[in-house]
Write a protein that binds this ligand. Structure first.
Ligand SMILES: [Zn+2]
Length: 489
């Protein structure tokens, strides 16, 4: 595709032993350049499946953002998501940025809907004395300027006589990526490793005042009254991306994949399997190992019957982190956690329910996830009601299991800070009723892996340029495939 890369200087630590910092011209595939090229070359329908849907989309979304610049130009505004995550290549990690058009008709097809911007080697990050990541801030400024150009100058489409028939704007309205990425990019003072854990509210680990602890889930917990009341960054530091047009802190999404399927869901399933394999009655076998073997056979046959593929070869004490003084945790991929939770609900449904609280937690968590999965971008009144009811049920029953375990001095149902973000997804209310599942990064991880594979062959200083050029080389074919898919659907 006929698109040029752009180069901007960013600070990089070019010699970590000497602590040498240089401004290095770094390649970017600017979103403004790519969006304009896509529109010029006939791929608008991959940015917005149906132009007629834009007005309705913004009518709903802008309920959350009353002062947003898309007001008054809803039918011409294309909503975008910015994504970032670290992926591995050369035995070191790279921050990768890409964007997606939220109204793309092919969101489930990562090659046609995820567009890379740049990658930055995290081993070369430069930090200032306050711990601010200057490398990511500089990259963020380049990305911000490019998106802001799409929000102000926009892109125009003319007819044959040269008259402007469409005057389009683009706005970033969602940010997704794992927690660490958001923490770094938005210079957050509050994080999982700190006393104040949450960017959304002032919940703490409860060291000084247990009332403020995120484990206090009572309706009167004081942190509940502080939702989005203060920026999570120091007032002297404004993250570069926070000056994107129309930016709002509520646009930072909680990624269900990392928070649940690679977080609380692992704890829930790990503890559940440990409990169920510890006693007789669930799975045949005289020893715990034999019962785990039976459980593995049953899990495999359940997965086969339902058409799920599992990455995990067996349930074992090792991959459940089953040790005397450790919290159990299902050590496997996010999708395995999804399958295993469904299977556990099915297993429990086949038995006389002995542990009510556990079966409630498993069942309601599965129903809650299923509801979000099946629902569209904005929930209906009924879906929203069910989300809140099921969400309250699964988060409170999990917290009760954790509290019982603490009381009984047993290592079960760990209540880590990720629980708190999951809790937000269950209880927070937005006027738009935006489905929090849109911030899950299943498909995005897929893209990062693909791009990292390209990197492995080339030198660190030129790797990013190589990845961007390879991406561009295959882009037209991918977009043409996308157009064909859209036309045939
Ligand atoms: Zn919070």
């Amino acid at each position: 595709m006929d698109v040029e890369l752009s180069y901007f200087e960013i600070p990089l630590c070019t010699d970590p032993d000497e602590g040498k910092v240089e401004l290095v011209p770094w390649p970017f595939l600017l979103p403004s350049v790519l969006v304009r090229a896509m529109i010029d070359q006939g791929y608008l329908s991959l940015l917005v499946g149906d132009l007629g849907h834009m007005q309705g989309y913004w009518n709903q979304l802008l309920l959350d953002y009353p002062g947003h610049p898309a007001h008054g130009q809803e039918a011409q505004s294309i909503p975008l998501t910015l994504y970032g995550d670290e992926g591995n290549a050369f035995r070191s990690s790279w921050m990768t940025f890409h964007w997606q058009p939220d109204l793309s008709p092919l969101l489930q097809n990562s090659a046609c809907s995820r567009f890379i911007i740049t990658t930055v080697p995290s081993s070369m990050y430069v930090f200032d004395e306050n711990g601010i990541n200057l490398t990511l801030q500089a990259a963020g400024a380049v990305i911000r300027d490019s998106f802001n150009d799409l929000g102000t100058r926009g892109c125009q489409i003319a007819d044959r006589s040269g008259d402007i028939v469409l005057d389009l704007r683009c706005f970033v309205v969602n940010f997704k990526g794992d927690w660490k990425y958001l923490y770094q990019l938005f210079c957050m003072e509050r994080y999982a490793t700190k006393e104040e854990v949450c960017w959304r509210c002032r919940a703490t680990k409860g060291t000084n005042d247990p009332n403020w602890s995120y484990s206090n889930i009572s309706d009167t917990a004081p942190w509940r009254r502080t939702l989005f009341s203060e920026s999570p960054w120091n007032e002297n530091v404004v993250p570069t991306l926070a000056s994107l047009l129309g930016f709002n802190i509520q646009m930072l999404g909680v990624d269900l994949l990392h928070i649940f399927h690679l977080g609380v869901g692992r704890d829930l399933c790990g503890s559940a399997i440990r409990i169920m394999a510890s006693k007789r009655g669930y799975w045949r076998g005289r020893t715990q190992e034999q019962r785990l073997k039976t459980a593995t056979q049953r899990l495999k046959s359940y997965a086969k019957q339902h058409g799920y593929s599992l990455a995990m070869s067996k349930l074992s004490k090792q991959n459940l982190n089953w040790k005397a003084d450790c919290f159990p945790e299902l050590k496997t991929k996010g999708f395995d956690c999804f399958v295993i939770l469904r299977w556990l609900v099915w297993e429990i449904g086949n038995k006389d329910i002995e542990n009510d609280l556990l079966s409630t937690a498993l069942w309601s968590a599965d129903c809650w996830l299923n509801l979000l999965n099946k629902s569209r971008m904005f929930l209906t009144e009924l879906e929203e009601e069910n989300r809140l009811t099921l969400g309250k049920l699964c988060t409170t029953s999990y917290a009760a299991l954790a509290a019982n375990a603490v009381q009984g001095k047993r290592f079960l149902f760990r209540l880590r800070p990720k629980y708190h973000l999951w809790h937000h997804l269950a209880i927070d209310v937005r006027a738009s009723k935006l489905n929090c599942n849109i911030h899950a990064t299943w498909m995005d991880e897929d893209s990062v892996k693909r791009w990292m594979r390209i990197k492995r062959q080339v030198h660190r200083r030129t790797a990013t340029e190589n990845v961007l050029r390879r991406f561009l080389l295959g882009l037209r074919a991918n977009l043409d495939r996308g157009l064909a898919l859209v036309r045939s659907s």
